[in-house]
Ligand binder design. Structure first.
Ligand code: AMP
Length: 293
């Protein structure tokens, strides 16, 4: 198809939409979704965003309505199981909307393990993935397809178990359900056709480069602190991810230096007191928007 604009399908509303828009806006796309806007145009990379239902995204890419799309990996797996021609490929993992597809039962259920599911009914929005799992585990159960509110199925008596996405586990808890078995882990991914034209692939490569520069530092902070020069070896042990720090002499304070370093946020609070113990002062912690390799 000869058109020059890049068409990206995004979930209009739901678990992936905020994360997708946040990631794209950090890559300068300036997307401002509005209620009835299904097409958003951006001058960045000459891009059109199609704001659609998430389960329409793989089909739109397959039929060339969109060039690429952001979707849950779980949806990609479900789509591939029902489309044997396998025309789609994962271009990049995007490290947000992480969740798992799990089997869950009522907390007082006598279903204790997956073998107990034989002869039972399981409600899900992912019938192909569930059918595949049951086949692999030689379990004969009836699949009840639902397109939402799957967690209500045991309560209203239409299924004995559910197979649904779990993120924090709150929805299961609120519905008196317990997770029994994880089928797969999922996160947001960028998907395209394996046979995308070269000019699209070039633009997608640039898109992925921008995504990576944001993803690389999503969990990192830029730390600046003052410390005695002699304590620098200890600092290295306290700040994992501490790589190629900038060390500057402090004027008027011989033997003291300013250190600028990128470090992973998850280690920060654990180590801040230890940093103080080795005499670090003026500790500044800053967000990093992008790191371009
Ligand atoms: P939670 O209560 O946080 O475990 O979220 C569970 C609810 O959110 C269920 O209704 C899931 O179907 C839905 N959900 C959780 N994570 C995702 C995701 N990454 N993509 C789509 N739906 C999700």
């Amino acid at each position: 198809m000869s058109q020059q604009r890049l068409r990206i399908a995004l979930q209009k509303s739901g678990k992936l939409s905020d994360g997708s828009i946040e990631l794209l806006n950090k890559c300068s796309f300036k997307i401002r979704p509005a209620k009835n806007h299904y097409l958003i145009k951006s001058n960045e990379l000459d891009t059109d965003f199609l704001m659609v239902r998430d389960d329409d995204i793989p089909g739109f890419i397959d039929s060339q309505v969109a060039d690429v799309g952001i979707m849950g990996e779980n949806l990609f797996i479900e789509y591939n199981l029902t489309h044997s021609d396998n025309k789609l490929e994962i271009i990049s993992k995007l490290e947000f909307a992480t969740c798992r597809l799990s089997l869950a039962v009522k907390s007082n259920s006598n279903i204790m393990n997956i073998d107990d599911l034989n002869g039972k009914k399981i409600a899900t929005s992912y019938p192909a993935t569930l059918a595949n799992y049951l086949l692999e585990n030689k379990i004969k159960a009836e699949i009840v397809v639902m397109h939402g509110s799957v967690e209500l199925a045991p309560k209203i008596g239409i299924a004995d178990a559910i197979c649904d996405l779990v993120s924090t586990g709150t929805t299961l808890k609120e519905n008196d359900l317990v997770e029994m078995q994880v089928l797969l882990f999922s996160e947001a991914i960028l998907v395209g056709r394996k046979d995308m034209p070269q000019f699209i692939r070039t633009k997608v490569k640039e898109l992925v480069f921008r995504f990576q520069s944001v993803i690389n530092v999503r969990n990192s902070k830029y730390i600046m602190l003052h410390i005695d020069k002699n304590e620098l070896p200890k600092l290295e042990k306290l700040l994992p991810g501490y790589e190629a720090p900038t060390i500057l002499e402090l004027q008027g304070h011989p033997g003291k230096v300013a250190v600028h370093v990128v470090s992973e946020e998850k280690y920060l609070w654990d180590t801040v007191n230890k940093l103080k113990e080795i005499g670090a002062t003026s500790i500044l912690v800053m967000n990093i928007e992008k790191m371009i390799a």
